[in-house]
Design a protein around this ligand. Structure first.
Ligand SMILES: N[C@@H](CCC(=O)N[C@@H](CS)C(=O)NCC(=O)O)C(=O)O
Length: 208
């Protein structure tokens, strides 16, 4: 049994979605970001970074969304959402996971939290936007040439991660779904039954 500390629509979304997709027993524990629950001592004892998600695994708190997503897929290989270590596609899978966190998640964090940098918020957002749009261009080209998923015909955790990050661009001047291959990809991922369950449980409606 896993326990997920989450806040709707945030970086916990991919972990929640995977728990649903893999049909893994779990309990949800809400973290109210507006009430700053994530900065309280009890939560910081679980996750000293003071961010969501945190996943309780075998009684121990673990964090970092991408690491958690990869861990769940490796621990439950029957779900088939990650190439095993000896699989030739493993290197490509690792590449996309790290690429997603470095080239898309990092600037998206700045877009949503420009005050992370002690600089002019508008300038931070503009810089983040340029990096996000350049990354979208590359992901769109990858899907155009080698889709329909990041590993071609094979669905993996990387696709769930990409979908979550695409969702975060929905209020940007040019949202990721505006790129044609990314848009088609998002439709494919959103059509998964687990996505509707996720939305219902997190009380989400935007970008449905
Ligand atoms: N690198 C972390 C980042 C998590 C993160 O940025 N979470 C955001 C929500 S998407 C958060 O907790 N924000 C509250 C805050 O920073 O005060 C991860 O991927 O788990």
């Amino acid at each position: 049994m896993y326990a997920l500390y989450y806040s709707p629509g945030t970086a916990s979304l991919v972990v929640h979605w995977l728990l649903i997709e893999m049909d893994l027993a779990h309990e949800l524990r809400t973290v109210d970001i507006d009430a700053r629950d994530h900065k309280r001592a009890e939560y910081l004892a679980l996750n000293p970074n003071g961010v969501v998600p945190t996943l309780i695994v075998d009684g121990e708190p673990r964090y970092e969304a991408a690491a958690l997503a990869m861990y769940l897929a490796d621990r439950h290989p029957e779900a088939g959402l990650a190439p095993e270590v000896a699989d030739p596609q493993r290197a490509q899978y690792n590449q996309w996971m790290f690429n997603l966190t470095n080239t898309l998640q990092a600037p998206l964090r700045l877009w949503w939290y420009p005050s992370d940098l002690q600089a002019d918020d508008e300038a931070v957002r503009l810089g983040a936007q340029a990096r996000i749009e350049a990354a979208c261009e590359r992901f769109d080209a990858q899907l155009a040439q080698h889709g329909p998923y990041l590993l071609g015909e094979r669905l993996s955790v990387a696709d769930f991660y990409l979908t979550m990050l695409m969702r975060w661009t929905r209020k940007m001047p040019r949202p990721a779904h505006d790129w044609p291959h990314l848009g088609a990809f998002a439709q494919r991922m959103k059509a998964r039954p687990g996505f509707a369950t996720l939305y219902q449980r997190e009380g989400l409606s935007e970008w449905a």
